[in-house]
Design a protein around this ligand. Structure first.
Ligand code: GLV
Length: 313
């Protein structure tokens, strides 16, 4: 049997991912690449691409490709027009919810526990008698209720928050007080003390949260974006933050990444900028998903966590 060609691509950790691949002896041949110029030849031979931040323009050369396993949750980089329809895409699922719930609720608590103020007062050896605010009893609205959004919502509910959400189908879900469909987005945002955005980037979600949606929020509310930057209209967000339509924003994703050094968001007092780290891809966490799907692929069985290419997530 000729071994199946697998291209493993990751700018920093391709070798760590490669070491964790498990397949019957001789079943696969791995090409391990860290940079676009290294991947340009092997992508033409690859049947399977296992990748993070793969250069989309190289997909036009992927003449033998059958399956892409993303090392992350978002797959928009792979959904290029040149990608033949025979290529199945699967995403990494199951490992990001816990990370991103900790990130989202951790930063919500940073707001309510006034962590910045107490650290600053400590630096000045000043006894700052300031009460914290509660997270419990506050409304947490989560936009996008895939496995990550649900984990965020349920973590909030476990802290006593009133968790609500918005999803495409608006289906009720355990732990959530209400779930709305997209036409009721402003209604959900208007109730939020904390609004967490975990939407994938698709033609429907690009720019979904714009001026009207931000104006629907309470002036005391915080916006947390851990999905994709372009889901929020960044210019409208800048106006919302400067004009105090909302209290502040915790932003892990941006229209342009890395966020350019001269970008106004860096200097805003009511903004926290983190560099797209809320849901880290850890090789040991992603490997079981790939290995399970690889076994299925080699046996000709249906893959898990398939992306619906028409829906784009
Ligand atoms: C990170 O952004 C991912 O898509 O997993």
């Amino acid at each position: 049997m000729t071994p199946r060609r697998v291209l493993i691509y990751h700018p920093d950790e391709a070798d760590a991912y490669a070491r964790l691949v498990r397949a019957p002896r001789g079943a696969v041949r791995l090409d391990v690449c860290f940079a676009p110029e290294q991947a340009a030849a092997p992508i033409a031979e690859a049947e399977i691409l296992y990748a993070w931040k793969f250069p989309p323009d190289l997909l036009a050369r992927a003449g033998h490709l059958r399956w892409i396993q993303a090392m992350g949750a978002g797959v928009e980089r792979f959904l290029v027009r040149d990608l033949p329809s025979r290529v199945q895409i699967t995403r990494a699922t199951g490992m990001f919810g816990a990370w991103m719930a900790e990130y989202a609720l951790g930063w919500c608590a940073w707001v309510t526990q006034r962590m910045d103020a107490f650290r600053e007062a400590q630096r000045q050896r000043r006894w700052l008698a300031l009460d914290p605010q509660p997270l419990h009893s506050r409304t947490l609205a989560v936009m996008g209720l895939g496995d990550i959004g649900l984990a965020v919502a349920r973590a909030g509910a476990a802290l006593g928050m009133r968790a609500i959400g918005v999803s495409r189908r608006g289906k009720k879900s355990r732990g959530l007080a209400a779930v709305y469909r997209p036409p009721a987005l402003k209604r959900a945002l208007g109730q939020a003390d904390f609004a967490v955005v975990v939407l994938p980037l698709t033609a429907h979600t690009r720019g979904l949260i714009g001026e009207a949606e931000l104006r629907a929020m309470k002036p005391t509310a915080w916006l947390v974006n851990i999905g994709r930057g372009p889901v929020i209209d960044e210019r409208a967000l800048l106006r919302a933050l400067a004009g105090k339509w909302i209290a502040g924003a915790i932003l892990d994703v941006f229209e342009t990444e890395p966020l350019p050094p001269d970008h106004p968001l860096w200097a805003m007092p009511n903004v926290v900028v983190t560099p797209h780290i809320s849901g880290p891809s850890v090789p040991a966490e992603i490997a079981p998903v790939f290995n399970d799907n690889l076994r299925r692929y080699l046996q000709g069985r249906r893959l898990r966590y398939l992306v619906d290419r028409a829906r784009a997530y």
